[in-house]
Design a protein around this ligand. Structure first.
Ligand code: COI
Length: 354
């Protein structure tokens, strides 16, 4: 429950914005002047505050550090034609955050808390929303257990925060992925569908092994048989096979991506056939060889629509259609960017002005 949504604001004395080169923004390294924080104590959210972005004291015994009791979201805001902040599908991120919260045994974030804190923080740091091509303001809400207790039990105190980061592209070139058939990101009954910190932490080592061989990322397969493609860890994966948009059906080991859902909705609106189903490694490798698989791309908030250039499997690299020849993914990227930036009509009602 939110007691009363009164946010105390402590502004910076001097903004750091003049130090930022907005013509060359890396992903995830620059943070705006302020951050939002709220505390969950005695069954209630309170102490809503915006303070200067910076380091914060936490107990060395916090379960978030020891047991990975943390969840997060990723959203983006764009500068609209009239200077307003255009936030893409924030309610969907709020809903997904609460799905993650339940799985990691954390309290629900009320809609008012999520939306009000977001709007107030964005308003304060509005000047940080880039208007350069390919850039946006990445929004990172997150929650972690804040108990001072190293036993294992459901925590009683939590911190909810939002930080903002002007970002450029997550992948600056077409992506090279390797199909992973040994390590596992998520198993049935596990936490794969939640945006839980541990899912990402556990994936770093297998991804690094692939990166050592020149790939950017992995294409994870199912934990049981390693025969079916799941997602890419930093994004969902989608295929155009015989002019049909195909993507692995959601399960408890795949994150329900909001970009994934947006692409499916757009394709359906355009009259394209879509299939959410099991996608086997065999189908994709044979389909690339026969020419049936014409496009492969990742879909994610950070990654946007990331064309996949090649897929490594069993020691061989399978090259895909050159990116400039990909009709569907180029169209969906242009349309989605246009909607997000307020340059094209938004028939789905996805964009929230703040
Ligand atoms: C996002 O797309 O927002 C994510 O959280 C992915 C992360 C790897 C940056």
């Amino acid at each position: 429950m939110v007691e009363t949504m009164k946010i105390a604001v402590k502004r910076v004395n001097t903004s750091r914005i003049t130090e930022v080169d907005f013509t060359n923004i890396p992903f995830g390294k620059i943070y705006t002047d302020h951050m939002f924080m709220a505390d969950y104590r005695n069954g209630e959210w309170n102490n809503f505050r915006i303070i200067p972005y910076g380091y914060m004291p936490i107990s060395p015994a916090t379960p978030a550090l020891h047991y990975g009791q943390s969840i997060f979201e990723g959203m983006k805001a764009y500068r609209g034609p009239d200077g307003e902040a255009l936030v893409f599908r924030p309610q969907d991120n709020w809903k997904r955050m609460n799905i993650s919260a339940e799985r990691i045994c954390m309290p629900e974030i009320p809609e008012e808390l999520f939306m009000e804190s977001l709007a107030t923080l964005i308003d304060l740091d509005r000047a940080w929303i880039p208007d350069t091509k390919g850039a946006s303001l990445y929004i990172r809400p997150f929650m972690f257990s804040a108990d001072e207790y190293i036993g294992i039990k459901p925590s009683e105190s939590f911190t909810f925060m939002i930080i903002l980061s002007p970002v450029g592209a997550y992948y600056s070139t077409p992506v090279k992925v390797r199909i992973e058939t040994h390590y596992t990101r998520a198993a049935q009954g596990g936490t794969g569908y939640a945006k839980a910190g541990g899912n990402y932490g556990g994936a770093i080592y297998p991804a690094k092994l692939a990166q050592n061989k020149g790939y950017h990322q992995l294409l994870w397969t199912d934990a049981k048989t390693h025969e079916y493609i799941e997602e890419s860890g930093t994004m969902n994966v989608m295929f155009v096979i015989d002019n049909v948009l195909v993507t692995p059906a959601l399960s408890d080991s795949i994150l329900a991506g909001i970009t994934r859902d947006s692409v499916l909705q757009m394709a359906r609106k355009w009259g394209m056939k879509t299939e959410e189903r099991k996608v086997s490694v065999k189908e994709i490798i044979e389909g690339i060889e026969s020419g049936k698989v014409t496009e492969v791309f990742g879909a994610g908030t950070a990654a946007t629509i990331a064309p996949i250039e090649l897929i490594g499997y069993n020691g061989k690299d399978y090259y895909l259609t050159p990116v400039e020849k990909r009709e569907f993914s180029n169209k969906v990227l242009a349309e989605l960017e246009g909607i997000k930036r307020g340059l094209k009509p938004d028939p789905f009602g996805w964009v929230v002005k703040m």
